[in-house]
Design a protein around this ligand. Structure first.
Ligand code: PFF
Length: 529
């Protein structure tokens, strides 16, 4: 198995594929939305700190564990410690759940690209243009209020059509394996999206009042975060939430704690320079997030909105703020529509390589464990995830997606991160992994103190501590304890249910393995070279 494993065609292909996975809708959609939720600069500062302290070392750790063991997340974690395999499966299951909804956000972006012609007519509406632009998305998904919508399971056919198209595109990219997808990322890589985000940023900055937005985005204001007021007018301290959201967003954005970087790392050649490559990946990702933040904040303030006008759910933001910007770009309708089209196509290209990377993380894990054909596994994962994703293509799909997104990122991913580091830091020697990270480094070497401090101490303690604090605070200490104002049962099914599923998936897979393989002993990884 190990010797037959494919490898990336070149160092550049790996870096571009990893950047392709990292840089995605999360940068354009989640990051600016979360920054707005916490008033801007405070979130940016904590985010950058979290990236340096946790994101960079953990990214290096996952890639090097994948490369060394030539296995996906569960196998690599099992090599670290036999008892840790379940952590790999928890990450894999969480990634699978994210796949199911990420595909729908991808479908929404495709849908907005197709319907961008609407911006031509809207531009001419004068004072009514902004509300009309903001209503396009809600009308298309059949949920104009963008809320719970009575929990309607009525299908939204427009979304379903785009979703089917999206899944076909995703499958076409990866049908020949992860490594062949390297060809795709060359084209869907950074350049085109960057050019368009750049143009939008210039337009945003040139709008009147945008300076206020920039100030908000770059000036940390922790006082307002600490002394926030909730919906019912009670004083709340949002700092712990901010920290958890920032850490979750670092993981989400770098595509770590989700089986992907293990999988991508397992296709990396032995002479690769992981320390340097991981830095390139992380900083490219940060750059795109900051640029998207600039676009969002300047545009928002340019059109007379403020950070507090934005929905607490980042999802809505991208489909409300960007259309508002598009119709204000020029006074000529078709120019704006054309721009809208190209802009949403750029988001499509940002999204697609992230979407297929999540799918690949899952199929690599499954194929490695059961020694089955990886290409067939990929097809299977796409079909099962495709069917489940229909759930969010209903008229209340937005609410379901919002709930699932909250749990997968606020709790599951953070817990997986804490456990991953706990096992590596305390039941394994971080030095061995560091050696792998620094194997081929030239000028930059990851220092032991940085790596050990992050993996052994900060990650397990901080992640676990804040996660528990947040669960207690959000669900037990205050108010109704219900997320998003949705019914309790929906929180239980799409929130807690998925958390439980993620953490019992390991034992379930192991039981299935025993049954299928009739108790055959699993090969153990030998750490000696
Ligand atoms: N990192 C991608 C983004 O920021 O959009 C999304 C993503 C990819 C999330 C892969 C999760 C994942 F496993």
């Amino acid at each position: 198995m190990a010797e037959k494993r494919e490898t990336w065609a070149s160092r550049g292909t790996f870096i571009m594929a990893a950047i392709g996975s990292a840089v995605g809708l999360g940068n354009a959609w989640r990051f600016p939305g979360l920054a707005a939720k916490y008033g801007g600069g405070a979130f940016l500062l904590v985010y950058i700190l979290a990236m340096l302290v946790l994101g960079v070392p953990l990214l290096m750790m996952e890639i090097s564990l994948g490369r060394k063991t030539k296995l996906g997340a569960p196998g690599a974690m099992r090599a670290v410690n036999k008892k840790a395999e379940f952590v790999g499966w928890a990450g894999t299951t969480n990634a699978f759940v994210i796949t199911t909804y990420y595909a729908v956000v991808f479908a929404w972006v495709i849908m907005m690209a197709i319907f961008s012609f609407k911006f031509a007519g809207i531009t001419a509406m004068g004072a009514d243009a902004a509300p009309a632009a903001q209503g396009v998305f809600g009308d298309l998904i059949g949920n104009p209020e963008l809320g719970w919508n009575n929990g309607s399971f009525a299908p939204s056919w427009t979304v379903i059509a785009c979703l089917a198209f999206g899944w076909v595109l995703i499958y076409l990219c990866i049908r020949k394996g992860t490594v062949s997808a390297g060809k795709v990322v060359k084209y869907t890589g950074l350049l085109l999206p960057l050019i368009f985000l750049g143009i939008l940023a210039v337009k945003g900055i040139s709008m009147q009042g945008s300076g206020e937005g920039l100030k908000k985005f770059f000036t940390p204001d922790f006082q307002s975060v600490i002394h926030s007021v909730d919906k019912d007018g009670n004083a709340v301290n949002m700092l712990p939430n901010l920290i958890v959201d920032a850490m979750g967003q670092v993981f989400y954005s770098l595509s770590i704690m989700m089986a992907i970087m293990f999988a991508y790392g397992s296709y990396v050649k032995d002479d690769a320079n992981i320390a340097a490559d991981a830095l390139i990946i992380a900083f490219s990702d940060l750059f795109v997030s900051v640029l998207s933040g600039i676009v969002m904040f300047t545009t928002m303030y340019g059109v007379g909105m403020t950070a507090s006008d934005m929905s607490s759910s980042g999802i809505v933001t991208a489909f409300i703020i960007y259309p508002t910007a598009i119709i204000k770009l020029t006074s000529v309708g078709w120019v704006n529509a054309a721009f809208g089209l190209v802009f949403y196509l750029c988001l499509c290209s940002l999204a697609i390589d992230s979407a297929f990377s999540i799918t690949e993380g899952v199929s690599t894990a499954v194929a490695d464990k059961f020694k089955i054909n990886p290409h067939k596994t990929t097809l299977g994962v796409c079909i099962v995830a495709g069917v489940i994703s229909l759930f969010y293509a209903t008229k209340s799909g937005l609410a379901w997606l919002d709930t699932v997104d909250n749990w997968t990122n606020q709790y599951n991913m953070i817990l997986v991160g804490a456990l991953e580091c706990f096992f590596v830091g305390w039941f394994f020697k971080p030095e061995i992994i560091l050696k792998e990270i620094n194997k081929n480094t030239g000028s930059f070497k990851m220092p032991l103190w940085w790596f050990k401090l992050s993996v052994k101490f900060i990650a397990p303690i901080v992640l676990l501590g804040f996660c528990c604090w947040n669960i207690y605070n959000n669900h037990f200490a205050s108010g109704t304890g219900i997320y998003g104002g949705y019914p309790l049962w929906s929180n239980i099914v799409a929130g807690w249910g998925i958390t439980v599923l993620a953490f019992i998936s390991g034992p379930i897979v192991q039981a299935v393995y025993k049954k299928v393989k009739k108790g055959a002993k699993e090969p153990e990884f030998d750490w000696k070279d």
